[in-house]
Every structure is written in C-alpha cells, then in structure tokens.
Design a binder for this molecule. Structure first.
Ligand code: GTP
Length: 300
C-alpha cells in the first residue's frame, strides 16, 4: 500500500519506538532511531514530512537534536512533534519555543498521536503548496522571479566561497511583440510555455536552474562549469527552441521562433553582488541582439 508520508522517530526507549511504529506504520513510512547521529544520517537519505522526538533523552540528546534541526536550512521546515514523559508546563513551553509544532505527554494514546500527526501533515501539505505557488510562475510553471532572486543569491555566495565558477544565462525570445501581433496573445502564451519547458529540460541535464525573469526573458544558472560548458548550454538551448519549430511569420531573421542569449561567466571577480552580473548579462543580451549573434559571452 502507498504510504502517505515519511515520519522519523527519535526516541531512546525501545518500547515507545515500537508503539509509535505500530501506531503510524499502517498509513506512513516510519523510520525510528535510538540516537541523534542515526536520525541525522537518515535525514540525509530520506525526505521526511514529520519528525517525532523525545526531548527527555539522556544528556539532552533529544533537545540538542531539536535545536540543531531548527538551525539547519535544509531541515528547519519539517514539523516536529515533541513527545515527553514530562507534563510540566515549562518543558512544554520549552519544546514549543524551540520550534516544535506540538507536545504530547507519555504515556500517550495511540489514537491521539494518530490524530495529531494527521493534523500536522495536513498543515504541512498546505504550507508546501503555498510555498510552491509563491515560487512558481503561473503561466509557464517554471520558477518565478522571486525564486530566481533567492537561488541566484544562494549560488552566488556558495560559488564565491567554494571558489567555483557561476554562469548566468539571460535568454530572450526574439521579436516576441511581432509574434503576439501576428499570431495572437494566447499563441504567445503557448509559445512561452513551450520555450520555458524546453529551457528547463535542457538546463536540468547539467543540474542548472531556470526561472522566468520577466515578460519573455528567462535566466538559467549553472555553477561548477567552465565558460565553454556555459556556451555549450546556450547552444543546446538554441537547438531545443529551434527543434520546437514554432512558426514565426513576422520574424525578420527566421521562419520559426528563436532566442538570443547573453552569458556572464563569473570565475574570478565575485566583488559586489549578484545583481551587477545580471546587469552584465543584460548588456551581453543587448549586444547579441545588435550584432545578430545567437550568444554573447562576458567573462568576469
Ligand atoms: N503572450 C504573452 N506576451 C507577453 C507576456 N509577457 C510579455 N509579453 C509581450 O512580449 C513582448 C516583449 O516585447 P519586447 O520586450 O519589446 O521584445 P521583442 O519584441 O522580443 O523584441 P526583441 O527583444 O528586440 O527581440 C511585449 O509585446 C509584451 O507584451 C505574456 O505573458 N504572454
């Protein structure tokens, strides 16, 4: 039977682990650990939807686990239910203040645990959906400008600190105003969706990220690759859009829809911040248009 969620349990007491597994494993995949090292290891292997942790483990192990989890950018959003033998208000307040979403006192009723897990999984599902909607472009369904700004900032500082190159590719659909004027706005929308999907699928092959930047422009980001690989990515994007063969009757340069790409390859100069490189990519793109080149590369 398909399990609806992945639940991680950290509890030093073997009997509690068995009871929790029996309570939840009919509906969920339950992985239980008796110490925090194993729990952290599991977190690197599986995507968990909910964590149940006993914060009264010896040496404050459960408490430390909760603290570390909430400080970890990869895990802090996973809801945590604290389970504890203490029914003191102070302990309950401490668990909730540290970021737990709920506090259950041992010995617990399996039905209450089941019900609370269900509630928190439903809230998480809604939060995940909101997060997705906030970061996805409504038309093309690729990441939006907000997601781009976040990812670019992250990759910029990561690449700078790890001394690896970062390539920023700004992609524009050529003569799109003319395309809309001749083929209609809804054909324009369809074209944008197809181009976005093509750019995304090509970029994913090199672990790249693509977002809609504005109107008819997209940005692709790829790090740890040389300038030649950034150019190869631009070339693969051109080929993918050409292969769509979307007729463009009013384009002065080609019978079908084409793109132009401005590339900034940052390997040495990470001074300033990432927005300056976006400006450079924009200038490279303008140059590509002016020179009627398919791609213009700027090295930094
Ligand atoms: N169908 C559709 N059109 C859009 C959308 N967003 C922006 N546009 C149109 O895209 C056109 C972009 O025009 P420009 O930025 O001048 O670019 P262009 O016509 O491609 O000119 P060049 O960049 O010089 O090739 C404008 O006419 C916008 O109205 C959209 O979501 N759907």
């Amino acid at each position: 039977m398909q399990k609806s969620a992945n639940v991680l349990v950290l509890d030093g007491d073997p009997l509690n682990r068995v009871v929790l597994e029996n309570t939840l494993s009919e509906e969920h995949l339950v992985i239980s650990c008796d110490n925090s090292d194993k729990a952290f290891e599991r977190l690197t292997q599986t995507k968990f939807d909910l964590i149940i942790v006993d914060i009264l483990m010896p040496d404050d192990e459960g408490l430390d686990f909760l603290l570390q989890l909430k400080a970890d950018p990869m895990c802090y959003q996973i809801p945590v239910i604290v389970i504890s033998a203490s029914n003191s208000y102070q302990d309950e307040a401490r668990g909730l203040t540290l970021g737990a979403v709920d506090y259950i006192v041992k010995p617990f009723s399996p039905n209450i645990v089941k019900a609370r897990v269900k509630i928190h999984l439903a809230i998480k599902q809604k939060n995940d959906l909101l997060e997705r909607l906030a970061n996805i472009d409504g038309l093309t369904e690729v990441p939006n400008r907000r997601a781009l700004d976040e990812t670019l900032a992250q990759l910029w500082y990561q690449s700078r600190d790890q001394h690896v190159p970062l390539s920023i590719l700004l992609v524009d659909i050529d003569y799109f105003k003319e395309f809309n004027d001749t083929c209609g706005f809804s054909a324009g929308d369809e074209c944008l969706v197809k181009v976005a999907k093509a750019l995304q699928s090509i970029s994913q092959r090199v672990d790249g990220f693509v977002a809609r930047y504005d109107g008819v422009r997209f940005v692709a980001l790829v790090n740890k690759r040389g300038a030649d690989q950034a150019l190869a990515l631009a070339s693969a994007m051109h080929q993918a859009v050409d292969a769509l063969e979307i007729q463009h009757p009013s384009s002065p340069i080609c019978a079908h829809v084409t793109i132009s790409v401005g590339v900034v390859h940052v390997s040495d100069d990470f001074s300033g911040d990432q927005t300056e490189s976006l400006v450079l990519a924009d200038e490279a793109l303008v140059k590509a248009h002016q020179l009627q080149e398919r791609v213009v590369l700027v090295n930094r």
